[in-house]
Ligand binder design. Structure first.
Ligand code: HEC
Length: 121
């Protein structure tokens, strides 16, 4: 008898992982529309996909960040701020299908920081 191993794609594993991630609120009280808040939101809602760094579990170790977009450093975040505003605040195309359960409040805070000039330390 032949044993067939199904070859799931990496996207399938990511989708399964994301459905297991609870939609936890990530904002602490007193968070405002500043860089630290923005960085925190991007890390929680975007960096699962948008990182050049290998994930601890090795899922992303060999893949490239989507569209070459990463939010690993303050310089990355500042560089992509206009695209973040368009895709995560105005159009809500990111995260795709809101896979990481981003809240409206998080989108509003990101927008507030970017529209105030996207200043980083
Ligand atoms: C589940 C994985 C995933 C998550 C989470 C995710 N993205 Fe993306 N992102 C993608 C993929 C895939 C593409 C490439 C889409 C394409 O090229 O059509 C992309 C492309 C982009 C781009 C480049 C496209 C452009 O037109 O500039 C930006 C900017 C971006 N994402 C921002 C974000 C932001 C901000 C977040 C968090 C709020 C986020 N993404 C969360 C997968 C993700």
């Amino acid at each position: 008898m032949k044993c067939r191993v199904r070859n799931y794609s990496i996207i399938t594993y990511i989708a399964i992982f994301l459905t297991l991630v609870a939609p936890e609120p990530i904002l602490a009280q007193g968070d405002g529309g500043d860089y630290q808040t923005a960085r925190h939101i991007l890390a929680a809602r975007c960096s699962f996909c948008h990182t050049a760094l290998p994930q601890e579990d090795g899922l992303n170790a060999t893949s490239q960040p989507p569209a070459g977009v990463t939010f690993d450093t303050a310089a990355d975040i500042r560089k992509f701020a206009p695209r973040i505003l368009l895709l995560a605040v105005k159009s809500r195309l990111m995260p795709p299908d809101n896979a990481t359960h981003m809240s409206n409040e998080e989108r509003a805070l990101l927008g507030k920081w970017i529209e105030a000039g996207a200043r980083t330390p």
